[in-house]
Design a protein around this ligand. Structure first.
Ligand SMILES: O=C(CO)[C@@H](O)[C@H](O)[C@H](O)[C@H](O)COP(=O)(O)O
Length: 220
């Protein structure tokens, strides 16, 4: 976007300092930040209240996957593709001393794979093809989706279920599409604000990582 186009959209931006009398004052900006932080904290607390047991059940299933020599496959679109990377690296490269590295792969990380499948057969199959190629019965497939509706995740979950993988979904929305597909563990953030949903997903997979390692340390 050019500077002029930006000024048309935000007319309060001035030539020199970037602010005029009409720009939001510092106090309202600080107030807005506090409100966002409060909303984020409330959403996270509500998420744990509503999903705590499901999170433990999902961790139990993932600990069994690792204990049996299996691996984690992770996937997501946009911001959630970065969360899929973050989740995978938590397991591959544990931050806490004494916790072993565990196998996890982000299916959204390989540009050649994503562009080839999208170009040849459509983006809806981008993750499904990789689940079919890399997945083994007993592995766990984790999908992150703020809407809980993305078609490429639905296709991958369907393939994973047919192949005997455990399936875990981190979502927002009502989750009805994934429930209908029979996804094993659905962690659903209340509300429809995408950023708040993503923030709760970060909390959720950090907790999941912790519980999986605790279960493995106690030998399940
Ligand atoms: O929310 C962000 C960034 O924060 C977007 O990049 C977002 O992730 C993308 O629109 C995704 O395509 C949305 O897909 P999903 O989360 O509904 O599965």
């Amino acid at each position: 976007m050019t500077k002029d186009a930006l000024k048309q959209l935000y007319p309060f931006l001035s030539e020199d300092s970037g602010a005029t009398d009409k720009s939001p004052d510092n106090e309202s900006l600080l107030q807005a930040l506090t409100e966002k932080a409060e909303h984020s904290a409330q959403t996270k607390l509500a998420f744990i209240e509503q999903n705590g047991q499901t999170l433990i059940d999902a961790a139990q299933a993932m600990a069994k996957t690792f204990a049996a020599g299996g691996k984690l496959l992770c996937m997501g679109n946009g911001g959630s593709s970065c969360d899929a990377s973050h989740l995978a690296v938590e397991f591959n490269h544990p931050v806490s001393v004494g916790r072993p590295p565990l196998p996890a792969v982000n299916l959204a990380a390989d540009t050649a794979m994503l562009t080839a499948t999208s170009n040849d057969v459509g983006y809806a199959l981008a993750f499904q093809r990789q689940v079919m190629a890399l997945g083994r019965a007993g592995d766990t497939l984790v999908g992150l989706s703020t809407s809980g509706e993305s078609e490429n995740l639905c296709q991958a979950f369907t393939a994973a279920k047919n192949m005997g993988l455990t399936t875990v979904a981190f979502i927002g929305g009502d989750g009805s599409k994934l429930r209908a597909l029979g996804v094993d563990h659905i962690l659903c953030v209340p509300g429809n604000n995408i950023h708040r949903i993503q923030e709760s997903h970060v909390l959720a997979y950090h907790c999941l990582w912790d519980v999986v390692h605790s279960l493995l340390a106690k030998r399940l």
